[in-house]
Design a protein around this ligand. Structure first.
Ligand SMILES: CC(C)(COP(=O)(O)OP(=O)(O)OC[C@H]1O[C@@H](n2cnc3c(N)ncnc32)[C@H](O)[C@@H]1OP(=O)(O)O)[C@@H](O)C(=O)NCCC(=O)NCCS
Length: 174
């Protein structure tokens, strides 16, 4: 059974947080685990907006922390579904931080989360397709297939020989 399609923008989510002392390490930098927690919540809200179902985190792609976020900074987390498959959705997260100074906003990191929609009995359930509208959304929609294959192969959920986009990466002689 197919379900309706929804524009990517409908899943757009923005969360703002002020970094308090109990969020930081002894260097007064935001702890990575605290940021991952906030990113997970933003991604879940985005996936829930798209699917209108309870969602669970299936995986988090590699996250690198490019710039430390300091005590007193404001962090802004933006989340949007890039593509849905059957029961799963890929969500792109971007994190920005800024201090009290003007024009201090920088992008501190980004990541892709995968969420799966569940029905009221806890079983996986189909989600609407995504309609990418902007050039960036279209690009992210296309490249989502390769990212999905890579993460499923790394998770042992897909055999490299079954990949379509990434087969050449694993079997260059073919
Ligand atoms: C995520 C979960 C629902 C998947 O269940 P499952 O029995 O493996 O289901 P399936 O194999 O049918 O996969 C369902 C979907 O999840 C996707 N999926 C499963 N494991 C995945 C992974 N490691 N990374 C990305 N996607 C994954 C599948 O590709 C599939 O997507 P599709 O339907 O869009 O094609 C299940 O593993 C689960 O409940 N995990 C715990 C979730 C949780 O508690 N998260 C919080 C951690 S504290």
């Amino acid at each position: 059974m197919t379900v309706s399609s929804k524009p990517a923008i409908n899943s757009f989510t923005v969360m703002n947080e002020l970094v308090f002392p109990n969020d930081t390490n002894p260097l007064h930098n935001l702890m990575g685990g605290r940021l991952l927690h906030l990113m997970d919540i933003a991604a879940a809200i985005s996936a829930q907006k798209h699917s209108n179902h309870i969602v669970v985190t299936a995986s988090v792609d590699n996250v690198s922390f490019k710039h430390p976020v300091k005590l007193g900074d404001v962090i802004t987390i933006q989340a949007k579904v890039t593509r849905s498959f059957h029961t799963s959705m890929e969500i792109r997260i971007e994190v920005f931080s800024e201090n009290i100074q003007p024009n201090s906003r920088i992008k501190s990191n980004e990541a892709y989360y995968t969420f799966v929609a569940l029905d009221d009995t806890g079983k996986t359930t189909l989600v609407p397709e995504i309609i990418p509208e902007t050039e960036e959304e279209k690009q992210l929609y296309i490249t989502a297939l390769s990212r999905r294959e890579l993460r499923l192969i790394l998770a042992g959920k897909m055999k490299p020989e079954n990949a379509t986009q990434l087969k050449a990466l694993f079997f260059p002689e073919l």
